[in-house]
Structures are given as structure tokens and as C-alpha cells.
Write a new protein. Structure first.
Length: 365
């Protein structure tokens, strides 16, 4: 064999090896590292945010990881199984789940800064604006995320999953005076929105409202149409007072801190990126379903009465200044309540929201 032919064969062999190596590096590895994660919430997939966690959030995370093929998550989805609706914060703290949706309105004492929108009714019906504003505040004020660190968790994002609160009742309610004596169910700080008109706010959660209405424990509920239609509550509360009280961020996606520390950076990045998309997707879904849910409510036998603008303004004006009380409580805890409240309201004003009461401008007056 000539020296020239031998060199050519060696060169071809090297070239073939280079092509093979290039292909190996270019193609995703078939031996992806498996990572097991348990996703939890006390609510079932009947709830919009759980359904979209399954149909949107998880696929978005998986899609990002599939680009390299280095990691693959084996999901254990435990919806309404491991913890109750009020138990997600504690469940994630104890490691009963690795990632989940915390309903923050149930934990005003533990993560109080998350309730800034609940302290400012009649300000906005835009869930995406609220969620983006609160995430922006959490980036500026470390106290937002530190509240979750205390419970062994990493704050990933918050969510507003409703367009606006309305009143749904067993008997017709057309005016503020009609709420006198009614027992109205809702969750957390927004019960204070009912003060001043003789209504009695009753703390609860949407998984129990149907039975509570049917048995007489409640006369009405303060919810949004999608939640009412999704659980067929129009069967026991067929009257809706369209008051457009406003939206609020009631959820946070968080992860167990011990689990988070052990995750590869690539997985962390995929989860963080998908979390923001999930936040905005949920807001879009809430707005998209608002009209269709209202139509479904009527189709199911529901009747809608719109509260006059004059009575909406009266409601806003006569309501206790929940914002001032919220700020005072936060300042007492050593948190920048006043600064956060002003920043939140400034953002709403900058976005030309239909504000009926300038809550922050009354504080200290």
C-alpha cells in the first residue's frame, strides 16, 4: 500500500470519527438524567389554575428541558390528595411536595405583602397587570420572597386567576341595601369589602360553597363567574350582582427550598422561565373565560343584575379604608407597607385603570 493511500484512509477515518462525534454532541442524549418532582395543590383539576398547571405549565417546563435532553422530569401530580386547600404552604414547607400552588389569601398572617391588591378594591379588573406588578414589587422588595424562605420555599411567581369579584346569591340582590343581613362567603381580606352594609362576611373556600349555600350556612358568595360556573354553583346561587369589585393575585407558585437547592441550574432556569409564562397565561385565560363563563351562567339559569355606577362609587366610598389598615399593620411588622402601597397604586394610575378610590392618598390624612 502506498504511503499516499494509507494517509487518505487515516484522514477518512479521522473525518468519520469527527462526524460521529459532532452528531453525538448535536443530538440530545438518550440517557437524560431523571428528576422526580411532586406537584401539589389542595384543589382538583376542576380549578382553572390546576388544569392549566397540567396542560400548560408542566409541558412548558418539559419542552425547555427537551431542547438539550440532559434532564427529564418524572412528574408525580397530586391534586387534592396530599394536602387540603389551606395546606399547600405547610405541605411544601415539610417536603410533602416539591412544587405547588399556594393560595396566599388564606395566609394573610404569613405572607401579608401578597395581599396588596386585596387591600385595594375597585381599582383594576386586569389580572395580568396585577400579577406583573406584584412580581415587579417582589424584585424590588426582598421581603416578598423572604416571607416564603421562612417556610422553606422559593418564590417563583404570583398569579391572578380571576377577572373581577362579583356577588352571587340565592335570592335577588339589586342594591347595596339588599345585602343587609346576608351571610356572604369569601376568603380572607376581601371579607372587609362587605363591611358597612349590614352583610356578614364568612370565611371559606370555593370547594365548600355549594354545600354551604344549599344548606343555608351562606346566603351568598363573593366570587368570579368562571369559578361559579366550573362548580355549577349557579344551581344554588342563581342571582349575580355585577359590581366589578376588582381582581387580585390570590396564588403563588413556590418550590420546596431543599428540593430547589439540589436541582441543576438548567432545570431551575426552565422552571423559572415557564413560571412567568404560566403567570401571564393564567391571566389571559381568566380574561378569555370571563365572557364565556358569564354566558354559561345565564344559560344555566342564572340572572344578572348590574349595580349602578353611583352605587359602585357609594360602595367604594363607604367601605373602611382597608388599604390604610393594611399599611399600618405592615409598618408595625417592620415591612415597607406604605412604600409598596404607593408603588402599587402609582402603577395602576400609570396604566389608566378605572380607580374609584385613591386608597394610598388617604393614608395619614
Amino acid at each position: 500500500m502506498s504511503q499516499k493511500k494509507s494517509f487518505a484512509r487515516k484522514l477518512a477515518a479521522v473525518g468519520a470519527g469527527a462526524v460521529l462525534a459532532s452528531a453525538m454532541f448535536a443530538a440530545p442524549s438518550s440517557a437524560a438524567e431523571k428528576i422526580k418532582l411532586a406537584a401539589i395543590d389542595g384543589y382538583s383539576p376542576k380549578s382553572l389554575w390546576v388544569k392549566e398547571f397540567i396542560d400548560f405549565y408542566i409541558p412548558e417546563i418539559d419542552k425547555r428541558l427537551a431542547k438539550t435532553g440532559n434532564y427529564e422530569i418524572e412528574w408525580n401530580q397530586a391534586w387534592g390528595q396530599i394536602v387540603k386547600v389551606r395546606g399547600v404552604l405547610g405541605g411544601l414547607q415539610k417536603g410533602l411536595g416539591d412544587i405547588g400552588v399556594v393560595t396566599t389569601v388564606f395566609h394573610a398572617d404569613k405572607v401579608p405583602l401578597q395581599l396588596v391588591a386585596y387591600a385595594t378594591p375597585f381599582v383594576t379588573n386586569d389580572p395580568k397587570l396585577v400579577a406583573q406588578t406584584v412580581d415587579g414589587l417582589s424584585d424590588k422588595h426582598a421581603e416578598f420572597k423572604q416571607a416564603f424562605t421562612k417556610f422553606n420555599q422559593v418564590y417563583l411567581t404570583n398569579m391572578a386567576v380571576l377577572d373581577t369579584y362579583q356577588i352571587f346569591s340565592k335570592k335577588p340582590v339589586a342594591h347595596l341595601a339588599d345585602m343587609n343581613g346576608l351571610k356572604i362567603g369569601s376568603a380572607g381580606l376581601n371579607l372587609r369589602w362587605l363591611e358597612g352594609f349590614g352583610a356578614a362576611g364568612v370565611a371559606g373556600s370555593l370547594v365548600h360553597y355549594y354545600n354551604q349555600l344549599s344548606t343555608g350556612v351562606l346566603d351568598a358568595i363573593m366570587l368570579w363567574p368562571e369559578a361559579v360556573v366550573g362548580r355549577k354553583m349557579y344551581e344554588v346561587a342563581p342571582y349575580m350582582l355585577k359590581a366589578d369589585l376588582g381582581t387580585a393575585n390570590s396564588k403563588v407558585v413556590s418550590a420546596n427550598l431543599d428540593t430547589w437547592k439540589d436541582l441543576p441550574d438548567e432545570v431551575k432556569t426552565a422552571i423559572q422561565e415557564a413560571s412567568i409564562l404560566y403567570r401571564d397565561h393564567m391571566a389571559d385565560e381568566a380574561l378569555k373565560l370571563a365572557d364565556s363563563s358569564l354566558k354559561a351562567f345565564v344559560a344555566g339559569g342564572g340572572k344578572v343584575t348590574e349595580l349602578s355606577q353611583a352605587e359602585r362609587q357609594e360602595w367604594a366610598d363607604k367601605m373602611p379604608n382597608v388599604a390604610a389598615d393594611w399599611v399600618a399593620a405592615r409598618q408595625k411588622e417592620g415591612l415597607p407597607g406604605a412604600t409598596i402601597m404607593k408603588s402599587y397604586m402609582d402603577t395602576m394610575r400609570a396604566n389608566n385603570q378605572p380607580i374609584l378610590r385613591q386608597w394610598d392618598r388617604e393614608i395619614g390624612s
